[in-house]
Design a protein around this ligand. Sequence first.
Ligand code: ADP
Length: 592
Amino acid sequence: MNSIRSSLTVCFLALLGLALGLASLLAYGSACANQENQLRAQRELVERRFQEKSREEETRRDEALLNQAQTIARLVQYQVNWGKFRFLELYSLGLLSIPIDSNAYAMVPLWGLQSTRNFANEMYRRATPTIRFDQDELFHRLDGQVAEFFQVQTAWGSKYRSLSLGDHSLPIRLDKFPADDLFHWIFEDETLSDSLKVRKVTLKVSRFLSGPYTRTRGASIRVPPLPPSPPNEFSFRPTIYVQCAFDLAKTEGAIAGFGIERDAEVHAYVQEQAQALKVFRDWLIGINLLTFVVGGSVCLWVVKVGLEPLRILAAAVSRVSENEFRLDANLAAMPSELKPIMQRLESTFLLLQKAFNREKQATADITHELRTPVAAMLTTLDVSLRKSRSVLEYQGILQELRASCKQMHSEVERLLTLARLDAGADPCRPELFDLATLCNDCVRLIYPLSRERSIEVTLTGESPMEIKSDPGKLREILINLLHNAIHYNHNGGRVDLSFAARPGSIVIEVRDNGLGIRPENHSRIFERFYREDPSRVYGDGTSSGLGLAIVKGFVDVLGGAITMESTHGKGSAFKVVLPAPIGRESGIPVRA
Ligand code: ADP
């Protein structure tokens, strides 16, 4: 993507989409989890209710069974077959005689009460009372809510069974009843046949129990008090076992109904939750779409506003040309991030403008520098060709032409030197040499010029001083500086060349008491083609503004630094500092 705006917009929209998607996923996930929990809780609640109802149903059924058994126990009547017995009482002898059959009597002493009771019991057992039972009364007392199966049995073997039992008989497990308990009941599930399973209660009512059976047994069973026994009932009661049974299929049917209700309730709740989840999902999608559209629009606007300064800056940069280097944009109105860029651009454009002007100036200067000697040569040639000359005159003209050519050659050489420095084609070629000798040579070389202007040149420094550097470049540096010191000096002035060793460096200084340089021009003095006063031409007319630029270039190649101090009208001092290794013993620069 080439456009920053498109990239930012796409990025922002992608992030917005991602954030919305994640938030929606989290919200939807937590809603699902919440619903899952609610559903689980609801299931448990419904299941608990179902269990409770089932238990209530079973309890209600068991209570009804026990109630019925108790009612039956109250309604049961006995008829003893007294016809089987004949009493012959021999009270006068203290004996009770009972004919057991037509030929035999049983004699029982009345004083042996215990044996009398056992005997009597045995007699009753033999008499085997017949059980009588009024079913209508039972229906009446239980408001018709009668379990279809019931059975009454005495400890002596008499039995009464409801017609509904048919061939079936409800079994009694006497061993489960405590012998000393007067009133006791047991609930059991019984399988009478493959198709008939019943819930059964067996109620034991002892013959010693009288009055209404109000005693309860078992925490969950509530036994209502029964109405008193009917009058004129046979008062003797053998221990009886009353059994009542419900068809389990009926209870199971009721419980199955509760199960269906439970399942329906859970299903309805699940449907309700699914509907709520769907509504929530639709809302979520709607809100996401709306947020995305609004967020996207805001994003487009923000990106547009945010990139506006860049657009302004780009427009300002595009207006920059070779005629107008100024950046036409308000720096104060720019955002802080762009300010340094703009400042950098402004300074770069300023440098470019200077370089551009310098190049223009250089072209003009080179043209001018070359045109002057060429024009001089042409003039000399024209004048000399106007008439025939003597050999001596021609020799003089040729001498003049040679001087002009020399000047041109010198300029071209300087330009070539700078070109080589720019291209890095003139590296440092270090070698050991004596700095004092080199300085002395330079002073001697410049001597004709100084003498011509009556300028005294002095040389100060330790001799010999061997250093390792590039002597050719150092010679060029010193000659240029000495040349300038004489050039820009008064006749009869003074130039001092000095050199000294410092820890880690060699310092060479060229000082004069000449014209000096104006403070405002100090910073430009090493620029190419810069001349403080272009109209002034000294001496041989070789002032082209390239000398100090070459000096600076050479000092850089040697790894040193050059500085200048000058006072206008009083003189200047150029100081060259070259690096030198530190000696092990003396701590001063090694000169070898
Ligand atoms: P030029 O060939 O003109 O001497 P330079 O680069 O050597 O060029 O010098 C640039 C300008 O610096 C000169 O034109 C002159 O104005 C000034 N200058 C250089 N050296 C001195 C000096 N020692 N005293 C005063 N001005 C100097």
